[in-house]
Design a protein around this ligand. Structure first.
Ligand SMILES: Nc1ncnc2c1ncn2[C@@H]1O[C@H](COP(=O)(O)OP(=O)(O)OP(=O)(O)O)[C@@H](O)[C@H]1O
Ligand SMILES: [Mg+2]
Length: 261
C-alpha cells in the first residue's frame, strides 16, 4: 500500500493523504545493557495492515508493548493518534487502550471465567457500557464475528488452541478498537486453522477499517494479511516492502526470510 522510502511525509500526520495513526522515530529500548531496540523508525497508516517479521528474541513484542504504554522506551518519539504515549496520564492511557486492542502472544484468556465472562471483562473495566442487554448483544456480535457463538458458555479449557485465539480476537474486538496489535496470532496452530485466523484478520480490516500490526513468523499469514511488511533485525527496521517485493528482493538476506525448508 505504502512504501515509506518512496513517499514524502507531507505533514506530521499524513503521508500521501493517508492519515498516520502510529508514528515511531529513533525509538530505543534496552534492558540491563541489552540494547534490544536501537533506532526504530516506522509508521502505520489508517486502514493499513503492517506485518513485522523478525527472529525470536529480537524485540518484536517489546516494540508493540511500547505502543500501548506497557513498556516505556528509553528515547525517541512514539505517537499514537498524534499523541506522545510517554506523556499520557493514566486516564489518557486507559482511553488509548480502548482505541488500541492488543492480542497477546499466547491467549491470555482468564481460565476461571467462561467465554461470556472473558468477553464481558473489558466492557466492565471500561465502564462505558453498563446495560446488560447491550452487553449481551455486543458479546454475541463479537462471537459472531469469529464464528463462535456456540462457545459462549464454555470454559477456555474446553476450547481448542485455534478457538482460544478466536475468542482472544473477539475479546479485543468488543471495544471496537481502531488499531489492533496481533502478537503471533497463528503460532502453534495447524495450517488450516492458521489460514482461518489470517482470513479473520483480513475480514476485520475490511469490516472495521481498522489498522493493524501483525507480528508473525508465518509466511502464509503474512501473505494473506499484509499491505506492507517490515523486518526487524539487530534493533532496527532492516527492510520494508510488500510481501512480493521482499520475497523477490535483490538482497539475499531479505529473501532468506521467505525460504521454506
Ligand atoms: N520486561 C523485560 N525485562 C527484561 N528483558 C526483557 C523484558 N521484555 C523483553 N526482554 C528482552 O528483550 C528481548 C526481546 O524480547 P521480545 O519478547 O520482544 O522478543 P520477540 O522478538 O517478541 O521474540 P519471540 O519471537 O520469541 O516472541 C529479549 O532478549 C528479552 O529477554
Ligand atoms: Mg514475542
Amino acid at each position: 500500500m505504502l512504501n515509506q522510502k518512496e513517499n514524502i511525509i507531507k505533514s506530521n500526520n499524513t503521508i500521501n493523504n493517508h492519515k498516520i495513526v502510529i508514528k515511531i522515530e529513533h525509538l530505543k529500548k534496552s534492558f540491563n545493557g541489552n540494547n534490544v531496540l536501537k533506532d526504530i523508525n516506522m509508521i502505520v497508516c489508517e486502514g493499513e495492515n503492517v506485518v513485522i517479521l523478525g527472529k525470536s528474541g529480537i524485540g518484536k513484542s517489546v516494540l508493540i508493548k511500547c505502543i500501548v504504554g506497557l513498556i516505556y522506551p528509553d528515547a525517541g518519539l512514539l505517537k499514537v493518534f498524534g499523541k506522545e504515549v510517554a506523556e499520557m496520564n493514566s486516564r489518557e492511557l486507559n482511553i488509548l487502550r480502548t482505541r488500541v486492542g492488543f492480542i497477546f502472544q499466547g491467549n491470555a484468556l482468564y481460565d476461571s471465567m467462561t467465554v461470556r465472562e472473558n468477553l464481558e471483562f473489558p466492557l466492565r473495566r471500561n465502564k462505558t457500557i453498563t446495560d446488560p442487554h447491550v452487553i449481551e448483544e455486543l458479546i454475541v456480535d463479537a462471537l459472531e464475528n469469529v464464528g463462535l457463538v456456540d462457545a459462549i458458555d464454555k470454559m477456555p479449557s474446553e476450547l481448542s488452541g485455534g478457538m482460544k485465539k478466536r475468542i482472544g480476537v473477539a475479546r479485543t474486538l468488543i471495544l471496537k478498537p481502531e488499531i489492533i496489535l496481533y502478537d503471533e496470532p497463528t503460532t502453534g496452530l495447524d495450517p488450516l486453522t492458521s489460514r482461518e485466523i489470517s482470513n479473520l484478520i483480513l475480514k476485520i480490516q475490511n469490516k472495521y477499517k481498522a489498522s493493524s500490526i501483525i507480528i508473525s513468523h508465518d509466511l502464509n499469514c503474512s501473505k494473506i494479511t499484509s499491505n506492507r511488511m517490515l523486518i526487524l533485525h539487530e534493533g532496527i527496521i532492516r527492510a520494508e516492502g510488500t510481501f512480493d517485493e521482499l520475497k523477490s528482493s535483490d538482497d539475499e538476506w531479505v529473501r532468506s526470510y521467505f525460504k521454506i525448508d
